[in-house]
Ligand binder design. Structure first.
Ligand SMILES: Nc1ncnc2c1ncn2[C@@H]1O[C@H](COP(=O)(O)OP(=O)(O)OP(=O)(O)O)[C@@H](O)[C@H]1O
Ligand SMILES: [Mg+2]
Length: 231
C-alpha cells in the first residue's frame, strides 16, 4: 500500500502546490543559497505559518544575533506577528556555544546537548537552524559527526527542520548537510541583462512527486511568493 505522508504547509504562497501540499512530516530539509537569496526570510515565514495554526516553532541562530536584531529586519513583513514571538515561536542564539574558547570536541557535545534540551523544552513541530554551515568553522573535523548526530536526534523528534546553508563555488548547496537531509531547496539570485531575478528549485524531496526546474520568486512585503512556471 502506498504510504501517505503527513505534510506541513510551507507558508510560502505557490510552493505547497509544487510539493504535493507541503514538507513531509517529519523530515529535515536543507535550504541553500548564496547570501541575500532569502533563506532567513523563508525560514521565518515557515515558522509564522505554523505558529498561526498553533504549531510551535524554534529558530536557532548560529550568528550571535540578538532577538532585537532579527526583529529590525523581520517586523516589516506582513507575516510577522509580535504576539507569537516568545510564545509559539522561540528565538534562541547558539552563538555563545560556538565561541572559540573550547576545543572542538567540547563544542560538539555542548552544541548537541543545548539543541536537544531546547527542543525537549519547547516541543516544536517546526525547527530552524540558520545557518547550519557556520558550525563547520568551529567544529572543524567534528562537523560531519555533528551533522550525523544532529540528524539522528531530529529523526527521533516529530518535526520539520529547516537547515539553511551557503552554496559553494562548486555546488549550489553545501554537500555535508545534503547527505543527512530528506529534501533540498535552492534559492538563486541570477544576473540577467540589466538586473537580477530570483529563482527557487526543489532539488530533492523524499517521498514527494515534486515539481522540478527553476521557478521565479519574489520577496515582497508579504514575504516570499513563488510563481510556478515563470522563468
Ligand atoms: N521588506 C522587504 N521587502 C522586499 N524585499 C526584502 C524585504 N526585506 C528583505 N528583502 C530582500 O531579502 C533579502 C535578504 O534576504 P535574507 O536575509 O532572507 O537572505 P539570506 O539568504 O538569509 O542572506 P544571508 O545568507 O546573508 O543571511 C534582502 O537583501 C532584500 O533583497
Ligand atoms: Mg540569513
Amino acid at each position: 500500500m502506498e504510504e501517505q505522508f503527513l505534510r506541513l504547509t510551507t507558508g510560502i504562497p505557490g510552493l505547497d502546490e509544487m510539493l504535493e501540499g507541503g514538507f513531509p512530516y517529519p523530515s529535515t530539509i536543507l535550504l541553500a543559497g548564496q547570501t541575500g537569496t532569502g533563506k532567513s526570510t523563508f525560514s521565518l515565514q515557515f515558522l509564522f505559518e505554523g505558529a498561526k495554526k498553533g504549531e510551535r516553532g524554534i529558530f536557532f541562530t548560529t550568528l550571535s544575533e540578538p532577538t532585537n536584531w532579527m526583529l529590525r529586519f523581520t517586523s516589516s513583513f506582513k507575516f510577522f506577528n509580535k504576539d507569537l514571538l516568545g510564545k509559539e515561536i522561540i528565538y534562541f542564539d547558539l552563538g555563545p556555544y560556538l565561541k572559540p574558547e573550547f576545543p572542538p570536541q567540547d563544542r560538539f557535545e555542548t552544541l548537541l546537548r543545548v539543541i536537544e534540551e531546547k527542543i525537549i523544552e519547547v516541543m516544536p513541530q517546526r525547527i530552524v537552524i540558520d545557518p547550519i554551515t557556520v558550525t563547520s568553522l568551529v567544529l572543524k573535523e567534528k562537523y560531519r559527526e555533528f551533522l550525523y548526530e544532529l540528524s539522528h536526534t531530529l529523526k527521533n523528534w516529530q518535526s520539520v527542520t529547516l537547515l539553511t546553508g551557503e552554496s559553494t563555488h562548486t555546488s549550489p548547496f553545501p554537500l555535508d548537510p545534503a547527505y543527512t537531509s530528506d529534501g533540498i531547496i535552492v534559492l538563486y539570485n541570477i544576473e540577467v541583462e540589466m538586473g537580477r531575478k530570483r529563482y527557487i528549485e526543489i532539488l530533492k524531496m523524499r517521498g514527494t512527486d515534486h515539481v522540478t526546474g527553476k521557478h521565479l520568486f519574489d520577496i515582497t512585503k508579504n514575504g516570499i511568493i513563488v510563481h510556478q512556471g515563470l522563468r
